[in-house]
Ligand binder design. Structure first.
Ligand code: SAH
Length: 224
């Protein structure tokens, strides 16, 4: 899979992709991540990427031209499944969306800033808009990193077996059961006996029961 991220703040994206699972996925060649500085595609003398909003109001708006230029440039070499704009009013990211995007070959993600992007970019160039929650962040970089993480960890070969993504919360409309590690007794705080029993069938049943119980308690909405 290939993901191209367009941003005016490439440095903000260096951290999330240069450690742990996301770094390993790139090193193994399971995902190719390209981070592009939108400013490199600005044509004005001062390399502007934003301008005042028509009709007034506080805050700058990201201009069409640099976005149009970089999309043209990228699309010349690659066919993309989706051009995604991270936006607080987009469809809310969930496990289903992450699962379906993880099956795509090539994605572009555009990070907005300021007041957002010129509406005509959304009308004509964007194919999908995704929000990571009902709150407003300063830019699309952290949302893009969240989206990429949710997708990349699902690619075959990225996680090893013991971290299997299929056992995570939301994959089966259940949240994950509680987990424990050594010591089995910490100052009287004990791990449930069943987990130490070695009886795999009983352990699996216990995990399922706890998952169902937790989902009922914490996220009854998932069962609807
Ligand atoms: N004025 C806009 C918010 C702009 S925030 C509004 O009221 O809807 C600046 C940029 O941050 C957006 O263009 C978007 O790319 C990103 N962003 C902010 N919050 C986000 C969220 N919850 N999900 C995804 N992207 C978000």
């Amino acid at each position: 899979m290939r993901i191209d991220i367009i941003t005016i703040l490439p440095k903000l994206l260096e951290g999330p992709f240069n450690d742990s699972i996301l770094l390993r996925a790139q090193k193994k060649g399971l995902v190719e991540l390209n981070i592009h500085n939108l400013r490199d595609y600005a044509t004005s003398k001062h390399k502007n990427v934003d301008d005042y909003a028509f009709g007034g109001g506080a805050g700058m708006v990201m201009m069409i031209e640099p976005v149009f230029n970089i999309l043209n440039h990228l699309k010349k070499a690659t066919t993309y499944d989706d051009v995604i704009y991270m936006s607080p009013d987009g469809e809310m990211l969930n496990q289903k969306i992450a699962n379906s995007l993880s099956l795509k070959e090539n994605l572009i993600i555009l990070c907005g800033h300021y007041k957002g992007i010129d509406e005509r970019i959304r009308e004509h160039l964007i194919t999908r808009e995704i929000s990571i929650g009902n709150y407003v962040l300063s830019g699309g970089e952290l949302p893009a990193a969240v989206l990429c993480d949710s997708i990349i960890r699902l690619l075959p070969g990225v996680l090893n077996d013991e971290m299997s993504a299929l056992e995570d919360s939301f994959q089966d409309d259940l949240i994950a059961p509680p987990v424990y590690t050594r010591p089995s007794d910490f100052n009287g705080w004990k791990v449930p006996d069943i987990l130490l029993s070695g009886d795999t069938a009983k352990v699996e049943q216990w995990k399922l029961d706890r998952a169902i119980e937790r989902t009922k308690e914490r996220r009854p909405d998932l069962q609807n």
